[in-house]
Unconditional design. Structure first.
Length: 144
């Protein structure tokens, strides 16, 4: 099962860092593989809140609906998306660290059908795309 995990420092407080990352409609600000992300519902972020996300893929854009499945502000949020090719789980954990915070971001792809045979290729693509996203996140979370 393809998986990526990385830890990113933030010079922002844990509360501010969590608020920024939980506003998943802003993911395109730091992840270059995301074409757009729009929150589907209104009101306070909660389990069940959803985001329509368009991912840039080699074969063309892929539309996904990410739904918040776990929420523990200001510590963690998990979002899931499902497609015919794979299911995705993004888990974001924020811990205070001095005046700032540390973010652990983990993405897991459960490939489906014939895509299971391509898991090694999917892992390489995930590693590349996620590394680019983490570079963007590092830039966004550093202040000054």
């Amino acid at each position: 099962m393809p998986r990526f995990r990385d830890t990113v420092p933030s010079s922002r407080s844990a509360e501010e860092t969590f608020a920024y990352l939980a506003a998943f409609e802003r993911v395109s600000e730091w992840d270059p593989s995301i074409e757009s992300s729009v929150r589907v519902d209104d009101g306070t972020l909660r389990v069940g809140s959803s985001f329509d996300v368009v991912v840039r893929m080699g074969s063309g854009p892929l539309a996904l609906r990410y739904t918040v499945t776990r929420l523990d502000p200001p510590r963690s949020i998990e979002l899931e998306a499902r497609s015919g090719r794979f299911d995705i789980l993004d888990a974001i954990h924020v811990e205070p660290a001095g005046d700032g915070a540390t973010v652990t971001y983990e993405t897991t792809l459960a490939t489906k059908g014939l895509w299971r045979l391509a898991s090694p290729l999917v892992q390489r693509a995930l590693d590349r795309l996620a590394a680019e996203a983490m570079t963007g996140l590092r830039r966004r979370l550093s202040v000054g």
